[in-house]
Design a protein around this ligand. Structure first.
Ligand code: PLP
Length: 380
C-alpha cells in the first residue's frame, strides 16, 4: 500500500467489536479477563489500549517501521527514550535542536548521570572525532528548528553504525510524508505528533518508531514502566489527523515555498532560510533526502528587534503563537518565545538573532497569507 492508503487503512479494517468504520475511543482503564488465568488481548490501558494500538500501528507503517509507540507529548516520548540509557552512557547530540530537547537533556538527564557532548553534525569529521568508548547513541534533528539546517542522515547513521552506536532522529518537522529516516539507516524515529502528524492544533502527543524487535521491546518496556503513553481520546484525535496527512503536507509545502519565494524578493527581508530555495546552502541535500520541504521556515527582517516586533504586531491572519504544523498559519519570534530557554550565548552561537522570525504556514489560500504579510510589512 502507498502512503495515502496506509494513512487511512494502516491500522487494519473496521473495529472488530461492532464493525465501526472509525476506530472507537476505548475510554477505559481496564479490561475484563475471559476467566481465571485468561487475560484478553488488553488488560490495562497503561500497558495497552485498542485506540492507542491503532494509532501506533499506523505510525509504524507510515515510517516504514515495525513497531510504533504513542506518548502523551513529544517530550514524554523523548524522556522515555532517554530513560532507556544508563548513567555513564555517552550521547552525541546535534548542537542545533529543539529548545525543549536541549533543556531535557542538559537540565534533567545529565543530573542522572547521562554524559553528553554537543557536536555540529553537519561536520562529519568533527562527528567522527567526538566518539568515546561509551558513546551509545547520536541524537539528530533535521531540518533544525528554527534555522532550517539539514543533516545528512544516511552519512551520519553509517558512521554511528560503524562505531556501534544508535542513531535517533526527531522527524517532527517533515513527518514521514516528506522524510523517512528509517529508510536511510536511522534506528529510532521520534515525533511530536502535536505538530504535522495531528495537524489541527488540538492535541499534544508524541511517538517513537523503530524497525528492530529488540529496540521495540526496550521502548515498550520503558513506556509501560514510566507510564508515559497517551490516553485514548488523544490517540483518536491523532489517528483522525493522520488520515489527511498527505494532502495537508502537500498544501503546507506548496504555500510555504510560495511565501518563501515572495519573501526572498521583499526589500524589508534580509534573508530567507528555506531548504527548497536554490539559495539554501544545503538545497542539494534537501532534494536528495526529502521528498518535500514542509511548511515551517524562518526569515530575517532587515533591521533589529524594533522592525521585527513591528511586523509581528501587525499581522492579522497569522496568529502570534508557539508550536507549528497546524492547518492555521502561526508566526513567532524564537528569540523571545520558543528558544528563550536556550542560554543567550548558545542562541547567538547557533544564529538565532533578534530579527529572526519563524513561520508555520497553514493551508489557507496562499494569496490571503501573502496579503497579510504584505500589509504588516507596510507598517514596518
Ligand atoms: C514540539 C517539538 C517537540 C516537543 O513536543 P511536545 O509535543 O511539545 O512535547 C520535540 N521536537 C520538536 C522538533 C518539536 O517541534
Amino acid at each position: 500500500m502507498r502512503f495515502e492508503t496506509i494513512a487511512i487503512h494502516g491500522h487494519g479494517g473496521p473495529d472488530p467489536a461492532y464493525g465501526a468504520v472509525m476506530t472507537p475511543i476505548y475510554q477505559t482503564s481496564t479490561f475484563a479477563f475471559k476467566g481465571i488465568l485468561q487475560p484478553g488481548k488488553f488488560d490495562y490501558s497503561r500497558s495497552g489500549n485498542p485506540t492507542r494500538k491503532a494509532l501506533e500501528d499506523v505510525l509504524a507503517a507510515l515510517e516504514g517501521g515495525t513497531h510504533g509507540y504513542a506518548f502523551g507529548t513529544g517530550m514524554a516520548a523523548e524522556a522515555t527514550l532517554l530513560s532507556s540509557f544508563s548513567a555513564g552512557d555517552h550521547l552525541l547530540v546535534h548542537d542545533d535542536l529543539y529548545g525543549g530537547t536541549y533543556r531535557l537533556i542538559t537540565s534533567v538527564f545529565v543530573k542522572h548521570g547521562l554524559q553528553v557532548d554537543f557536536v555540529n553534525m553537519r561536520d562529519l569529521e568533527a562527528l567522527r572525532k567526538a566518539f568515546k568508548a561509551n558513546t551509545k547513541a547520536l541524537w539528530t534533528e533535521t531540518p533544525t528548528n528554527p534555522l532550517m539546517n539539514l543533516l545528512d542522515l544516511q552519512a551520519i547513521a553509517e558512521i554511528a553504525r560503524a562505531k556501534g552506536a544508535l542513531t535517533i532522529t526527531d522527524n517532527t518537522f517533515l513527518s514521514p510524508y516528506f522524510q523517512r529516516p528509517l529508510d536511510l539507516g536511522v534506528d529510532i524515529v521520534l515525533h511530536s505528533t502535536t505538530k504535522y502528524i495531528n495537524g489541527h492544533s488540538d492535541v499534544v502527543g508524541g511517538a517513537i518508531i523503530v524497525k528492530d524487535a529488540k529496540l521495540a521491546e526496550r521502548i515498550y518496556f520503558h513506556q509501560n514502566a514510566l507510564g508515559t503513553c497517551c490516553g485514548p481520546q488523544d490517540a483518536f484525535l491523532v489517528l483522525r489527523g493522520i488520515k489527511t496527512l498527505a494532502i495537508r503536507m502537500d498544501a503546507h509545502n506548496r504555500n510555504a515555498l510560495a511565501i518563501a519565494r515572495w519573501l526572498s524578493k521583499h526589500p524589508k527581508v534580509q534573508d530567507v532560510l528555506h531548504p527548497g530555495l536554490e539559495t539554501h546552502p544545503q538545497h542539494e541535500l534537501a532534494k536528495r533526502q526529502m521528498t518535500g520541504f514542509g511548511g515551517t521556515f524562518s526569515f530575517r527582517v532587515k533591521g533589529g528587534q524594533k522592525e521585527t516586533f513591528a511586523l509581528l504586531s501587525n499581522v492579522k491572519l497569522h496568529t502570534l503563537a508557539e508550536s507549528l504544523g497546524g492547518v492555521e498559519s502561526l508566526i513567532e519570534h524564537p528569540w523571545t518565545m520558543t528558544h528563550v530557554s536556550v542560554p543567550e550565548e548558545a542562541r547567538r552561537k547557533m544564529g538565532i538573532t533578534e530579527n529572526l522570525v519563524r513561520i508555520s504556514v497553514g493551508i489557507e489560500h496562499v494569496d490571503d497569507l501573502i496579503a497579510d504579510l504584505d500589509q504588516a510589512f507596510a507598517k514596518v
